[in-house]
Design a protein around this ligand. Structure first.
Ligand code: SAM
Length: 201
């Protein structure tokens, strides 16, 4: 199947993933580590990257559908899943306009929606809600500060969320985990992320 046309963010990550695959650098990031205990059942991982979370979730008994636009990440995840005989379906998809049907116990989007224009990001978040079964969880992480990090992208191609936007978006759901974290960034700035795990009533 031909690869999808890549945008700047995907090209950036694809190059990073090629380096990580060559170096066999596979580790859960802090956001993935934090949400893993909440993940259960049928899982949809949007913007799965190298799929470290997909692998960890499958190892704890989940069945995972993992989507990303990076051909390197998807090919490598499919290879690892097959070698370890894990129930993971890894598929290339442009999540700027994605067509996923059905509902899942756990819908995950870690570090994805800030790479979309505002309307696309908010549509994506609304889809996350619809795709989560009643009693299931949505686990979302977005950037809320860190313009130097996003400078590499075209203006209008990304969206910096406000600090309360995720919890407000999931109002009425039960918040199981909510954390705002800062990390050092270039030019003595910080990048700040919000991570939310919310359970659908
Ligand atoms: C910051 S990485 C996060 C990866 C993974 N969730 C993690 O936590 O390590 C952002 C991911 O979003 C993917 N991505 C960015 N834009 C995308 C798009 N339009 N469609 C699908 N995936 C996209 C990138 O390829 C990359 O894997």
């Amino acid at each position: 199947m031909p690869s999808l046309p890549k945008n700047r963010a995907v090209e950036f990550f694809d190059t990073q993933f090629q380096r990580q695959v060559t170096a066999t650098e596979y580790a859960l990031n802090p956001f993935e580590r934090a949400i893993l205990p909440f993940v259960f059942g049928e899982v949809l991982d949007l913007g799965c990257g190298l799929g470290n979370l997909a692998i960890a979730a499958a190892m704890q008994g989940c069945r995972v559908t993992a989507l990303d636009a990076s051909p390197t990440a998807i090919a490598d995840l499919a290879r690892r899943a097959s070698e370890q005989r894990l129930p993971i379906t890894a598929r290339e998809a442009d999540l700027g306009h994605f067509a996923v049907e059905g509902q899942f116990d756990s819908v995950i989007a870690i570090g994805l929606f800030m790479f979309f224009a505002k309307d696309v990001a908010l549509e994506g978040l609304a889809r996350v809600k619809e795709l989560t079964k009643p009693g299931g969880i949505a686990a979302v992480n977005v950037l809320i500060e860190g313009t130097t990090y996003l400078d590499m992208f075209e203006p209008g191609e990304y969206y910096l969320f406000s600090e309360n936007e995720l919890p407000e978006f999931f109002a009425g759901w039960t918040p199981e985990y909510l954390k705002v974290e800062s990390f050092p960034a270039p030019q003595e700035t910080v990048k700040r992320f919000c991570t939310l795990v919310a359970r659908r009533p």
